[in-house]
Design a protein around this ligand. Structure first.
Ligand code: GLA
Length: 412
């Protein structure tokens, strides 16, 4: 039988901890490539439970970090180069830290280079380094593999340069790398979650003030991401278009509401009142953001009250709003959600992340996960075609250093 569930690499099929072996392999690999030992840093991917595209509208999001990571080993170099080896891409690339005109290559290296540049621009000049990068956050699945890469590289470069920076600042620097060098106008959610995530908790994040509250996720519930296996080419251009449409909404509404700075400041009642002044598409984009912000706050209250039924309803409403008003879903995501909500043990389901493909996030009772994963994979494959990967996780701790014990100590 085909393996339905992809579990984090650090656990075997019955959940035993394989970490030490896996980590030891990393250290050996680093020594083979760079001839020294390394310090190791990791940063997780994330799922967003509710609050989509609200981050760059100064609104609210409710994500959790997941037990899939980007890992980076780092050791100093005497020159001004970053030498990056990616296990995922099987290649080594050199970056000159003093390049007066760094250019984007439209490849994975842009994230690392963007981070190095953002650090330098903020007065945290990174030293030369050898870096080995590997990880298990699926790429292009909407689970923030790029934020995980950025944050893990940032921690490695900072530590290698003896510079201490707090977690929130790391998230901001990585967002800046993505906005300014990579060229995606993303909000702060992904980098913030990867940097500041807390084990067993979701984060209710106010993307304007960056204040956040930790909300417990019932230990009997798992986060299950189902990958439609659709990678839409249009995703990044459509993302920037949505952002521009939201800005246009603020511009038009500020004629009536002079004090607003972002859609976060618009109430559902005010939006309805001035809807006549907005073209239909702009109105619907604004309606998604304004109602989604309200749903995030309702969902947080439901979670705190242990009312998972209400939480699931809000996830459902969020999906419809993304499908109909914000138009960032696609046929495969809709089908995946429709199938999931019919299945036993599913408390809620919606698409997660930027949209146009990628994953749905499902809250599933842990005792029902195995059957759910098999059933949804089978149904999706029959109806749509590709075999979907399923990722199961509990909310994970955010980025940090991990220690690899020397061989002798471990074998004792
Ligand atoms: C991407 C972006 C985030 C956020 C989500 C949508 O993941 O990187 O900043 O806007 O899309 O909620």
């Amino acid at each position: 039988m085909r393996q339905m569930i992809r579990r984090p690499e650090t656990r075997d099929h019955v959940g035993n901890d394989l970490k030490m072996d896996a980590h030891q392999r990393l250290q050996t690999k680093f020594a083979e490539i760079f001839g020294s030992t390394a310090r190791w840093f990791r940063a997780p991917g994330r799922v967003n439970l509710i609050g989509e595209h609200t981050d760059y509208n100064d609104g609210f999001v409710l994500p959790a970090a997941i037990e899939y990571y980007s890992r980076v080993g780092v050791a100093p170099r005497r020159d001004r180069k970053l030498v990056l080896h990616s296990e995922t891409y099987g290649e080594t690339v050199e970056i000159n830290l003093d390049d007066p005109q760094p250019t984007r290559l439209h490849r994975w290296t842009d994230y690392a280079q963007g981070v190095a540049i953002a650090l330098a621009h903020s007065g945290k000049r990174p030293r030369g380094a050898n870096l080995l990068i590997e990880g298990d956050v699926p790429i292009g699945a909407g689970l923030s593999s790029s934020a995980a890469l950025e944050v893990s590289v940032a921690l490695a470069l900072l530590a290698n340069s003896d510079i201490a920076v707090d977690k929130v600042e790391v998230a901001k620097l990585c967002q800046r790398a993505e906005n300014e060098f990579v060229g995606a106008r993303c909000g702060i959610m992904d980098q913030f979650t990867s940097s500041c995530g807390v084990r067993d908790r979701a984060l209710l994040l106010d993307c304007r003030s960056l204040d956040f509250r930790l909300l417990p996720i019932d230990p009997a519930v798992s986060l299950v991401a189902c990958n439609t296996m659709i990678k839409h080419e249009v995703a990044s251009s459509e993302y920037n278009t949505r952002r521009a449409e939201c800005e246009e909404g603020v511009r038009l509404l500020s004629a009536f509401l002079p004090n607003i700075r972002a859609l976060r400041d618009v109430s559902p009642a005010d939006l309805e009142k001035y809807s006549g002044a907005l073209p239909d598409v702009i109105y619907r984009r604004c309606r998604h953001i304004v109602t989604e912000n309200a749903r995030v706050l309702d969902a947080a209250a439901a979670l705190e009250a242990g009312n998972m039924e209400r939480f699931g309803e809000l996830m459902g409403e969020s999906h419809l709003s993304m499908r109909d008003d914000f138009e960032i879903s696609c046929h495969e995501l809709d089908i995946m959600v429709e199938m999931a909500v019919m299945m036993d043990g599913v408390l809620g389901s919606r698409m997660t992340g930027g949209g146009f493909g990628g994953c749905t996030i499902n809250l599933v009772r842990s005792d029902a996960v195995k059957k759910f994963a098999g059933d949804i994979a089978g149904c999706y494959e029959r109806v749509i075609g590709p075999h979907p990967e399923i990722y199961v996780s509990r909310p994970a701790e955010g980025a940090g250093e991990f220690l690899i014990a020397p061989r002798e100590i471990q074998q004792r």
